[in-house]
Design a protein around this ligand. Structure first.
Ligand SMILES: Cc1cc2nc3c(=O)[nH]c(=O)nc-3n(C[C@H](O)[C@H](O)[C@H](O)COP(=O)(O)O)c2cc1C
Ligand code: SF4
Length: 422
């Protein structure tokens, strides 16, 4: 069982822009069910499914919804995170494009479960071409009472609008997103309090990923057991992955957790282009870990990737072949973080500057032992002391590269000494 269709069940089965077409294929049945059985029964089902958030942190979704529900305030928000700024990640785009009504349905259900009456879909600026379709879908839902007051004759109200980001990677982080929606520059805040307590307008805010919302709808529709038929005990269900780089069939695939990286590359993505040999993959976006070709039999699960020092992250898999230099690749990753660092905290702002200098010397062959000592300190401080996940996880690609390709991080002198021994 390679590709499956649990949350992508309706892809290509209906005209994604038509509410009527969505209703014709059973759309909004999960919302109807939620209204009938109530939020406690829905939350119990989500708990039973073992769904973990698909935005990167893998936090249990049932627990997250219950925490959001427990917050008391006159106004509470649900924000669909469709910022999708991790390089190599484009799976939420498919959900917005092919099945926007399911995302909206997930938003209303999340609103009912957490007693929030206001929702925002935060879409990255680069997806401007989809904004009109998303706004049209929202308008259609209002005109047929899937949004607004007393939804489908129930006591529940839910308003929804779209907010466009302005092109910053860091705005995918909950607080930075709230700041940007408040009209400020998108920078994270210190915690606590957390976004769920004092997020948008300092009011309780549930920030939840687009895929997580879509998955909730399918779980309510088919039941937690159907979801758990896929995957492993610790990584139940399916995952949307976006695979790119040197493969024959790049794209978005829904897979059951547990396929190996090699199966994903060969059987789904059609293998490495031009018959070349694989070199490494980066898993989970620019802040994800590097996995060498000799470890591609690792199963794609939270637990197996964690053992290898990696995480599922955003669901991105970028494939490099034998012609790709890992050092060049890391330099591009580093450039990305230098460009995207919001500058609010010193470890990330200054750390990135230092990383850039060191990388220039590694790639032009002038690196010294002192540079490597500094690299250790910089990575250590960034990983421990950065204010947000951006600086904290930026160290992962470098640490995993050091772990699996130690020979790349040797000085000229030590390389020569090594050669002399050989
Ligand atoms: C720098 C940074 C960028 C992020 N970008 C995204 C993003 O583009 N999409 C996303 O869903 N989560 C992103 N996250 C994670 C969110 O902060 C948050 O954990 C997630 O949206 C929660 O949804 P989930 O529980 O469904 O996973 C980012 C986090 C950080 C630190
Ligand atoms: S870690 Fe980087 S992106 Fe995050 S707050 Fe600090 S400077 Fe900004």
């Amino acid at each position: 069982m390679k590709q499956v269709h649990f949350i992508t069940e309706l892809f290509d089965k209906y005209d994604g822009r038509s509410l009527q077409a969505y209703l014709n294929v059973g759309g909004f049945a999960s919302l109807q069910k939620t209204i009938e059985i109530g939020s406690e029964a829905v939350l119990t089902e989500i708990d039973a499914s073992g769904l973990q958030g698909r935005g990167g942190a893998a936090y249990p979704t049932g627990k997250k919804l219950r925490q959001a529900q427990a917050e008391k305030a006159a106004r509470k928000f649900v924000v669909c995170n469709a910022d999708e700024g991790e390089p190599g990640t484009f799976k939420d785009r498919e959900l917005l494009k092919c099945n926007i009504y399911q995302v909206i349905e997930g938003m209303v259900i999340a609103g009912i479960c957490t007693q929030s009456q206001e929702g925002i879909i935060y879409v990255r600026e680069e997806y401007t071409n989809m904004h009109d379709e998303i706004r049209n879908a929202i308008a259609e839902c209002y005109s047929h009472n899937y949004l607004g007051k007393n939804i489908l004759g129930s006591p529940y109200n839910f308003d929804l609008k779209l907010f466009s980001g302005a092109g910053s990677y860091v705005c995918g982080e909950g607080f930075a997103m709230c700041e940007s929606m408040e009209g400020k520059s998108g920078r994270p805040r210190s915690k606590p309090p957390y976004v769920k307590q004092e997020g948008f307008l300092n009011l309780p805010t549930l920030v939840i990923n687009t895929e997580t919302l879509s998955t909730i709808v399918s779980i309510i529709k088919h039941g937690a057991d159907s979801f758990r038929r896929y995957g492993t005990e610790e990584s139940p269900g399916t995952k949307l992955i976006s695979i790119s780089g040197k493969v024959n069939r790049p794209g978005v695939y829904e897979i059951p957790f547990g396929l190996t990286i090699r199966e994903i590359i060969n059987d789904l993505a059609g293998g490495i282009r031009n018959g070349k040999k694989g070199h490494f993959v980066q898993i989970g976006g620019a802040s994800g870990g590097i996995l060498p070709e000799w470890l591609w039999d690792t199963p794609y699960t939270y637990e197996d990737l964690a053992k290898a020092g990696l995480s599922v992250g955003s669901g991105a898999i970028v494939v490099a072949d034998e012609d790709n230099s890992l050092l060049d690749y890391l330099k591009v990753v580093q450039d990305f973080f230098s460009h995207e660092s919001c500058g609010k905290c010193t470890p990330c702002r200054e750390g990135n500057r230092q990383l850039r200098f060191i990388f220039e010397r590694i790639t032009d062959g002038t690196v010294t032992v002192a540079d490597y000592d500094r690299l250790e300190i910089v990575l250590d401080v960034m990983g421990k002391a950065s204010l947000c996940g951006s600086g904290k996880t930026e160290v992962v690609p470098f640490r995993t590269a050091q772990r699996y390709f130690p020979e790349l991080f040797l000085t000229k002198e030590s390389l020569e000494a090594k050669k002399a021994v050989v």
